[in-house]
Design a protein around this ligand. Sequence first.
Ligand code: GAR
Length: 207
Amino acid sequence: MMNIAVLVSGGGTNLQALIDAQKSGIITNGKITCVISSNPNAYALERAKQNGIKTVVLNRKDYDDVHKYSADLRDILLEEKADLVVYAGFMTILDEQVVKAFPNKMMNVHPALIPSFCGKGFYGLHVHEAVLESGVKLTGATVHFVTEECDGGPIILQKGVEVQNGDTPEILQKRVMEQAEWKILPEAVSLFCNGRIKVNGKITEII
Ligand code: GAR
């Protein structure tokens, strides 16, 4: 059984999808053992507590620099014996110390079809604003491994979602979450926990 640590910063609907998937047996061979938040007021912490999951707050605002923050977070993840680290709406960019400690063992859900609408500055609602401004008719979500390049790691799963007339960033965000993120994130976690993701450079293969 793999220990899954989930990193959060906000509402935690992706964390909820993981908790629900664990309960319903969609995630096998893995258990969420700890939820770590960069924000002490994140509602995600309530969701974890309601489900009896250990919570840790590592407030980004308590740190002047990203290096010390990353080192402390890495140490917590090592102490927790995390086999998999999931960024579920985690809005803090970490330095290479964390990635080096967990190579191809950290995954992130991004609310667009990478390599479009990703990288620095593309997070949360900003992603959907940019999608709507661009006029694309298809967006979606991506689950990928975390590397030192922001949103640049090997892609595990993607799912497309239609942009519709009259969409606002909020409406589109909800559709992308419901139709894509909440489905492919638990699926990718379960694939990982069952040793079914083979990584070869930038390319992953589901085996
Ligand atoms: C989600 O849409 C997630 O994909 C996005 O923030 C939202 C968090 O919602 N993450 C990023 O933009 C990271 N670059 P949640 O807290 O309800 O899961």
